[in-house]
Design a protein around this ligand. Sequence first.
Ligand code: NAD
Ligand code: UD1
Length: 338
Amino acid sequence: MRILLCGGAGYIGAHAYVVLAERGQDVVIADNFSNSSPGVLARLQRITGEPVPFHPLDLRDRGAVVDFFARQPFDAVVHFAALKSVGESCERPLDYFHNNITGTLNLLYGMQAAGVKRLVFSSSATVYGDPASVPVREDASLQVTNPYGRTKLVMEELIGDLCGSDAGFHAANLRYFNPVGAHASGLIGEDPAGIPNNLMPYICQVAVGRRERLSIYGGDYPTPDGTGVRDYIHVMDLARAHADALDYLVHERHNLTVNLGTGQGVSVLQLVNAFADASARDIPYQIVERRPGDVAAVYADPSLANRLLGWQAELGVEAMCRDAWRWQAQNPQGYPAA
Ligand code: NAD
Ligand code: UD1
């Protein structure tokens, strides 16, 4: 199949590129580099041994998107392209609505005009908001607590309505829990711009000496050690699920909404300790106030993905920390400037 990875230069897209290329798919990346670096393309070429087909494209430009699809034939699209910072979305909600929602609408227009009828969409556990119980199943009630979450929910709904209007259009909503880790080569990994918002990249930057100490947001949650519990999933396990979802769309011709997590809750302190072991570095930390909007514990029931896709996470916290550390140690400042 010829597959377009929209936003494929980003953290998860780059890892999915490797898995799909290894499975013999013909993969093309389109991105506007708003949150990624052109340097990733040379790294992908080193991993796969082949030049990486790349096209600059900004999903906010509908004319450019429709024109792009008119010139390039695709069998499927994987849609990673979005802005993803919760805090920033609260400060600049309109930019998030425009980039994520209008961008998705433009992508769907382009696909429809060109007759491309398979879509894998990067959704998020954020659509569950503060879930009433854990582990969270896909039929849990959906609620959003911030503009980023709203964009994910609206994008799922837009895609669902398009599936409803065209029985030949099939989509997979993949609800990622907390992706971490990196490709085992250490050549690609997570490279956040500015101060990391998320836990694992912050720990990595403390370990490599870019930040002094980690602030742990809250030590008084009703969890075994008082710190927040999440479902961290290795990005290579996550990447594999995209290839499995594409196979599902081709062979089963059904729509799909699944959680992608390990099903294991891991606390902040457990992750910090596992990382310290994997890196043989101290991770200085202080426990501070809770971060507004955070919840005590969120982890997935991933059994539906297992039943429908035959997929399950294989890599544990040790591998997540080891691989994240290899990437950070080899690339202390992230990707080199292009
Ligand atoms: P990322 O920012 O590393 O990758 C997103 C890519 O999309 C970037 O390369 C960016 O330049 C590109 N992009 C953004 N807007 C674009 C536009 N208008 N036109 C073209 N390209 C555009 O993020 P990621 O961590 O790889 O996440 C990928 C997807 O998964 C996102 O949709 C994100 O919301 C979702 N997700 C991520 C996480 C996570 O923790 N990383 C968790 C749940 C869901
Ligand atoms: C965050 C987003 C969520 C998004 C997910 C993956 C918020 C409120 N939620 O989820 O929408 O889908 O990222 O991108 O931002 N922590 C610290 N210190 C830090 C950073 C984090 O203690 O410096 C703690 C948090 O309180 C939490 C855990 O680590 O308990 C994980 O945090 P994070 O990596 O930001 O992910 P989420 O909050 O789960």
